[in-house]
Design a protein around this ligand. Structure first.
Ligand SMILES: C[S@@+](CC[C@H](N)C(=O)[O-])C[C@H]1O[C@@H](n2cnc3c(N)ncnc32)[C@H](O)[C@@H]1O
Length: 264
C-alpha cells in the first residue's frame, strides 16, 4: 500500500480519470479499459476488477468504512426504499439493502452491462437495472433515499442537470438525496498540481471537477432544502438534501409560493 504522502500517489485521481493502466497485468491492459467513453451516456464502467483494485488503493483499504458512513449519512431506515444511481460493483446497494432489511428494497442502476450482469449474478436479493441517471427507467416518487456516489463527473456535462431532476422525480416527498465524490485537502491539491507540473501535464485542478458543491445551486433550484456539505475522512465529500414533504414538481406553479424558498 502506498503512503499518503508519496508523490506518486498524489496524482491517483487524475490518473484514474485518464484510465491509467498501472493496476493491470500487461496482457490485460489493451483489452480492459476501466471505463469506456460513450458520448451521450457517460464514462461507463467496463473493467470491474480493475475498478475494484483502484478503489482499494484510493481508499487505502478502508472502503467498507466509507460505505457505512454513506449509509449512515443517507439517513436510510428499515422498511424504506433505497436507490443507488451509477452503482458500479454494487457495494453500496448491498449495504443499503442490509439497512432497509426485509421490509424495504434496495435498487442499483448503471448503464454498464458488465456491472449489471455482475451484480445480478452475485446478488439475487436486490434489484439491478440497466439505466442512465439522466433518463431513469423508474417511476415517480418511488424512493425514500437516492444515493449517487463518484458518478456525477461520469455523466456528460450537458446531462447533469437532467440527472439531478430525475433524482428529484423518483424521490418521494420527504425523501433524501446524497451525492458523493472525491474530496482532497488543500495540501493534497497543491501537491497534486506540483506533481502534474513535474510530469509536464496540462495544469489544472483535477479535484475541482469532482467537487460536489458545484451541484448545490441546481439542487436548490429544483426545490430541495439547502444542501448540507460534509467532508468525510475517506477522501470523500457529500452533499445532502431533502425533497420537502408536499413538494411540487419543478416548474409547477404554486398558488401561495412560500416566501424566501430559494433564498438560502
Ligand atoms: C466511478 S464509478 C462509481 C461506482 C460506484 N457508485 C462507487 O461508488 O464505487 C462510476 C459509475 O457511473 C456509471 N455511469 C456512467 N455514466 C452514467 C450515467 N449516465 N448514469 C448513471 N451511471 C453512469 C459507470 O458505469 C460507473 O459504474
Amino acid at each position: 500500500m502506498r503512503n499518503r504522502t508519496d508523490p506518486a500517489h498524489l496524482s491517483l485521481v487524475d490518473d484514474y480519470r485518464r484510465g491509467d493502466d498501472r493496476f493491470m497485468r500487461s496482457d490485460q491492459r489493451a483489452r480492459t479499459p476501466m471505463f469506456v467513453d460513450e458520448a451521450e451516456t457517460g464514462l461507463v464502467l467496463s473493467g470491474l476488477r480493475r475498478y475494484n483494485l483502484f478503489t482499494t488503493v484510493f481508499f487505502l483499504g478502508r472502503q467498507s468504512l466509507l460505505l457505512r458512513e454513506l449509509a449512515d449519512r443517507s439517513g436510510v431506515r428499515p422498511g424504506q426504499d433505497a436507490l443507488d444511481i451509477g452503482c458500479g460493483p454494487g457495494k453500496l446497494v448491498r449495504v443499503l439493502g442490509r439497512r432497509v432489511g426485509q421490509g424495504g428494497t434496495a435498487t442499483g442502476v448503471d448503464p454498464s452491462d458488465e456491472a449489471i450482469a455482475h451484480n445480478r449474478r452475485r446478488d439475487s436479493r436486490h434489484r439491478y437495472i440497466r439505466s442512465t441517471a439522466q433518463e431513469l427507467a423508474l417511476p415517480d416518487a418511488a424512493f425514500d433515499v437516492v444515493t449517487c456516489t463518484f458518478v456525477m463527473h461520469h455523466i456528460p456535462e450537458q446531462h447533469r442537470g437532467a440527472a439531478l431532476a430525475e433524482m428529484w422525480r423518483v424521490l418521494k416527498p420527504g425523501g433524501r438525496i446524497l451525492l458523493a465524490d472525491a474530496y482532497l485537502s488543500e495540501r493534497f491539491r497543491r501537491a497534486s498540481a506540483m506533481t502534474q507540473r513535474l510530469r509536464r501535464r496540462k495544469p489544472g485542478d483535477p479535484a475541482a471537477a469532482v467537487d460536489v458543491r458545484r451541484y448545490a445551486a441546481t439542487l436548490r433550484e429544483l426545490g430541495f432544502t439547502a444542501p448540507e456539505f460534509v467532508a468525510s475522512g475517506h477522501r470523500t465529500a457529500m452533499l445532502l438534501a431533502t425533497k420537502p414533504a408536499g413538494a411540487f414538481e419543478p416548474g409547477q406553479v404554486r398558488a401561495d409560493p412560500p416566501r424566501g424558498e430559494h433564498s438560502q
